[in-house]
Design a protein around this ligand. Structure first.
Ligand SMILES: [Zn+2]
Length: 287
C-alpha cells in the first residue's frame, strides 16, 4: 500500500504576518542552494533551513532533490494565474473567484492560486523536482513515496492531492528536531580551550573521532591534540595507513595504545568530556 499524501494546513512563520503576500523583503529570505540566489529559488528563513536539511537527508538515500520554483512575487503569481485561468466561460471546468470575477481553469494546466494567496508568495512553498543522471526531472514515484514518509519531520506537508510536487511549511516558528540535528552535524565543536602541552617528544599521533562530532582530532602520546580540518586532514593520510597496517595484537602496539589512552583521557578531562563521547561504545577508535 502506498503511503497516503500527508495534507496539512500551512503554518507560516509569524514574522511574515507584517508583510503582504508576494511582497516579502529579501531580508526575510534565505537560499536553499548557495548557488541559486534569485528570488524564485529562495525561501523564507525557517522553511529554507528545513529544505536544506530535507535535501541532505534525501541525499543520504540517493535522492538529489531540486525544484522548479519556490518564491513568487505578486506580479509573477498574477502572470501565472492569467496564463492558466480565463474569464471566458468554460463549461464543467473548475473556477476561482478573483476580485469578484470567475476565472476558469484552462484544460491541461495545473491549478494556480489566486494572486495574493499563494504560499509561494510567502516563500513558504516549493515545487519539488529531482536530479537523475544529471537531468532535472519530475519526482519519480519512489521519491514521492520517500517524501510522503519523511518531509514531515523537516516541517513540510502537501497542499492539494492534485500536486504531489508542491510542499509547504507547516512548522510555523518551530525549528523541527530533525532540522536542528542536521545543523548540529555541520557545526564543528568549539576548539579545545586549554591545549595540553606535550610532556615528551612528539610521537606518532592517533586519530580520534568523537561520537557527537563529525570532526577528527589528533592526539599525541605526550598529550598534545588538535582539531583536524578539511584542509589539514590529507596531511594525515599516510599516518592513517600506518595505524591501520600496524599489528594491534603485538605487545608493542599494546604499550603504545596504553600511552595513547592516557593522553586521550587527560585531554577528555581537560575538556569536560567523557569516554562516552568517543566512538565505538565508549572506547576510542583507531583509524
Ligand atoms: Zn507550487
Amino acid at each position: 500500500m502506498p503511503t497516503p499524501m500527508p495534507i496539512v494546513k500551512v503554518k507560516l512563520p509569524s514574522v511574515l504576518s507584517q508583510y503582504e503576500n508576494g511582497r516579502v523583503p529579501e531580508s526575510q529570505l534565505d537560499t536553499v542552494e548557495s548557488t541559486r540566489t534569485a528570488l524564485v529559488w529562495k525561501m523564507a528563513i525557517l522553511p529554507a533551513r528545513g529544505m536544506r536539511a530535507l535535501h541532505a537527508e534525501a541525499k543520504k538515500h540517493g535522492i538529489i532533490l531540486s525544484s522548479t520554483g519556490r518564491g513568487r512575487t505578486y506580479t509573477q503569481q498574477e502572470q501565472l494565474f492569467r496564463t492558466r485561468y480565463t474569464t471566458t466561460y468554460l463549461p464543467g471546468r473548475p473556477y476561482k473567484i478573483w476580485n469578484g470575477v470567475r476565472w476558469y481553469q484552462k484544460p491541461g494546466v495545473a491549478m494556480a492560486a489566486v494572486p495574493g494567496t499563494s504560499n509561494h508568495g510567502w516563500w513558504c512553498a516549493d515545487d519539488l523536482a529531482e536530479v537523475v543522471g544529471g537531468v532535472t526531472m519530475g519526482l519519480r514515484a519512489s521519491t514521492v513515496e520517500w517524501l510522503f514518509n519523511n518531509a514531515g519531520r523537516f516541517g513540510f506537508a502537501w497542499e492539494t492531492t492534485s500536486e504531489n510536487w508542491h510542499v509547504h511549511w507547516i512548522a510555523g516558528d518551530t525549528v523541527p528536531q530533525a532540522v536542528l540535528a542536521y545543523e548540529d552535524s555541520l557545526n564543528p565543536p568549539p576548539p579545545p580551550p586549554n591545549p595540553i602541552p606535550p610532556t615528551e617528544d612528539d610521537e606518532m599521533p592517533i586519530l580520534v573521532r568523537f561520537q557527537k562530532y563529525a570532526n577528527v582530532f589528533t592526539f599525541s602520546p605526550g598529550g598534545g591534540y588538535q582539531l583536524l580540518t578539511a584542509s589539514t586532514y590529507p596531511a594525515y593520510a599516510s599516518l592513517q595507513k600506518v595505524l591501520i597496517q600496524g599489528a594491534p595484537d603485538s605487545s608493542a602496539a599494546a604499550d603504545v595504545k596504553a600511552s595513547w589512552n592516557a593522553a586521550i583521557k587527560a585531554a577528555l578531562n581537560q575538556n569536560g568530556l567523557t569516554q562516552a563521547d568517543l566512538l565505538s561504545g565508549g572506547s576510542y577508535e583507531v583509524f
